[in-house]
Design a protein around this ligand. Structure first.
Ligand code: SF4
Ligand code: FES
Length: 246
């Protein structure tokens, strides 16, 4: 395939940034999207030009680092996959592909397609944990009965990889899907009850302090989430928040 790429280039957070056009040739349909960008970067380096900066780590849908907005969709046109799992067979020879960073006030651009998602880390630090005794007297997790239904829902919520696609797809830049997944995975388990009230109050406060917007039930986040995190988690978080506030 021969493709035209329109890529967001921005030297630093202070730079204004703009879309720059590049041509890439002989792209195999079996390549991943990131491998296609590797080919482009190799060409740029060979010409003595600055390669395009983009985030990635595991390249197998686990770490949540890859974060591209491709043709107007977070993680591109496929469903329930991350950018690193997107394959070039989703595109046609001669296509023009727009590649932008995940945009949100709370995710400032560091360079080109790389954004700062430390706001998510700070939300996690505010309450995304449980306290357990690790002194050697730790209770065997299997000694605590948990219903299959709740265990399954907790595992589904825990599948969130913290990529930020929910924020990038939301017209309000809301982080509610992410935060609700992190709250829900503990709210559904007995181990999460001790700090439940503090957790939801502190994580929501941190979310607001970071400048994320509110949820208006549009549902774009659920559609674009690579891990299929359900909006039900937002409803659960709202109930947890109300309970904790009272
Ligand atoms: S809820 Fe989905 S889109 Fe949002 S951070 Fe988690 S995995 Fe990514
Ligand atoms: S690089 Fe790890 S999820 Fe894409």
């Amino acid at each position: 395939m021969n493709l035209t790429l329109k890529i967001w280039r921005q030297k630093s957070a202070k730079d204004k940034g703009k879309l720059v056009e590049y041509k890439v040739t002989e792209i195999s349909e079996h390549m991943s999207f990131l491998e296609m960008l590797d080919v482009l970067n190799e060409q740029l380096v060979n010409k003595g030009e600055e390669p395009v900066a983009f985030d990635h780590d595991c390249r197998e849908g686990i770490c949540g680092m890859c974060s591209l907005y491709i043709n107007g969709e977070a993680h591109g046109p496929d469903r329930q996959i991350t950018t690193c799992q997107l394959h070039m067979r989703m595109f046609k020879d001669g296509d023009t592909i727009y590649i932008e960073p995940f945009r949100s006030k709370a995710f400032p651009v560091i360079k080109d397609l790389v954004v700062d998602r430390m706001a998510f880390e700070r939300i996690q630090q505010a309450g995304g944990f449980i306290s357990v005794n690790t002194s050697g007297n730790t209770q065997d997790a299997n000694a605590i009965p948990i219903s299959k239904h709740n265990a399954d829902m907790s595992m589904d919520a825990a599948a969130c990889i913290g990529c930020g696609a929910c924020v990038a797809s939301c017209k309000n830049s809301s982080a509610m899907l992410f935060v609700s997944a992190k709250v829900s995975q503990f709210a559904l388990l007995p181990q999460g009850q001790v700090e439940a009230a503090d957790r939801v109050l502190n994580m929501v406060k941190q979310m607001d302090d970071e400048g994320f917007g509110n949820c208006t039930n549009t549902g774009a986040c659920e559609v674009e989430c690579p891990k299929g995190i359900s909006l039900d988690n937002i409803a659960r978080m709202n109930r947890e928040y109300l309970k904790a506030s009272i």
